[in-house]
Ligand binder design. Structure first.
Ligand SMILES: Cc1cc2nc3c(=O)[nH]c(=O)nc-3n(C[C@H](O)[C@H](O)[C@H](O)COP(=O)(O)OP(=O)(O)OC[C@H]3O[C@@H](n4cnc5c(N)ncnc54)[C@H](O)[C@@H]3O)c2cc1C
Length: 391
């Protein structure tokens, strides 16, 4: 049984901004036994396309979904779980936590020191620029969400300041192919969680600066800076109504450029070793990120120059309803490749759960197969032990 507090594809219906398109190409939109079959494999789905895609999967699989059923508590009792919902209670031997990795916006604690005159929006609340008051906007965070929102808000005619911390720079296309084609073909997406040196870091890595547009444009800090978005360093503090930005922009840029070049080297090595050089364009390298001649280190938030703040500072899951002691002090679920630290409890849909691609929709395909094997084994064993019939 699948319990859903809203409707099928709820997060895509209710928690995304109006103009969002997937940054993964259509050919990569896959769910187990189900894939995009339309006429534009290299295009990028709008939110209504994603809702149709996920809803189509639910129909095709005849998934037993109970919509408008919010899980308010999951408790362990002996070898069973007691699941309390807004629509009745259930007992079951196994629970898969598929409640998403992006339920809540992570907003830094310094927000409490902001002058009350500023209007604040999280990326989960933001829909379009019309929502914002007239005047300047500070977008905090320059990963996929931050660069996309800074670009859209700037195009609406507002002055945008973009505060940039650690980020992952990627070109949309490389040697004539989508950069995510390279991730797929070179095997990077498939890298397993137990083969990654620093798994904790891989799981916390910011999303890449990518946007899905019909024109297949790159959206990096050079593009935004040229368009007129003011780039400043990481928002490090708010003191006496002033926002203080870190001075380490050049280092941040150099690091992101270095990592991008290393990744492109990996792609080149792969193409050479697989004798694929003839199938792709010539090797490319991109202009380093241009540091502004002098970036501002602070800004008076009471002066009226900035009227609103958009937090694009990342998301985190919400497990406030999970009454099983498997969440650490930082809010992270304790699990080994999705096998949670409590018998019969599993998770799916979390960043780098079992592979690098687990962060994305198509990652569920292989992860589900692996986890179901484990889950079926668990149910078979506990059935034999207790002679109980299946849920
Ligand atoms: C802004 C943004 C852009 C993204 N862009 C891309 C992209 O371009 N390509 C890509 O592949 N991936 C993208 N992702 C990642 C993508 O969202 C995830 O890979 C995918 O949604 C994971 O699916 P899921 O079903 O695990 O989680 P979700 O889609 O988050 O679904 C979780 C569901 O659980 C429900 N739920 C939560 N709590 C409860 C509860 N207590 N009781 C009942 N129901 C509950 C929610 O209503 C929701 O419907 C993006 C994510 C975000 C936030």
């Amino acid at each position: 049984m699948v319990l859903e507090r809203g409707e099928v594809a709820n997060s895509w219906r209710r928690e995304r901004w109006d103009s969002l398109r997937l940054l993964t190409p259509n050919w990569q939109c896959r769910l187990p036994g189900y894939r995009y079959e339309g006429p534009d494999p290299d295009g990028f789905m709008t939110m209504s396309d994603v809702v149709a895609f996920v809803s189509g999967f639910a129909v095709a699989t005849a998934a037993p979904v109970r919509t408008h059923t919010a899980v308010t508590s999951v408790r362990q009792t002996d070898e069973e779980y007691q699941v309390t919902t807004s629509n009745g209670d259930y007992r079951c031997r196994s629970v898969v936590l598929a409640s998403g990795a992006c339920n809540v916006q992570s907003v830094p604690a310094l927000r409490q020191a902001l002058p009350p005159s500023l209007e604040c929006f999280t990326a989960l609340e933001y829909r379009n620029p019309d929502q914002l008051p007239e005047g300047g906007v500070l977008v905090v965070g320059a990963s996929a969400t931050g660069v996309q929102l800074a670009d859209e808000i700037h195009r609406s005619g507002r002055r945008v300041t973009l505060s940039v911390g650690e980020h992952v720079r990627l070109p949309r296309t490389y040697r004539g192919r989508d950069v995510l084609w390279w991730m797929d073909a070179s095997g990077i997406w498939n890298q397993r969680y137990d083969e990654i040196d620093d798994l904790t870091r891989a799981r916390r890595l910011p999303s890449p600066q990518l946007v899905g547009t019909p024109e297949r444009t790159t959206l990096d800090l050079n593009v935004l800076g040229t368009a007129g978005v003011e780039i400043v360093g990481r928002l490090s503090a708010v003191r006496d109504g002033r926002a203080l930005f870190s001075g380490g922009l050049r280092n941040q840029f150099a690091l992101a450029d270095l990592k991008m070049d290393r990744l492109l080297d990996t792609f080149d090595d792969w193409a050479r070793s697989q004798t694929r050089d003839a199938d792709v364009g010539p090797r490319e390298r991109f202009e380093p990120t241009r540091a502004p001649a002098s970036s501002r280190l602070d800004c008076d938030l009471r002066s009226g120059e900035i009227r609103s703040i958009v937090w694009a500072t990342g998301f985190r899951p919400d497990y406030s309803w999970l009454d099983v002691p498997v969440v650490d002090g930082k809010g992270h679920l304790r699990h080994e490749g999705g096998v949670v630290d409590a018998p019969g409890l599993y998770a799916i849909g979390l960043p780098v759960l079992r592979r690098r691609k687990s962060t994305f929709i198509h990652g569920a395909e292989d992860d589900a197969r692996d986890l179901i094997d484990h889950l079926a084994g668990y149910l078979a064993k506990s059935t034999v032990r207790h002679g109980i019939s299946n849920f």
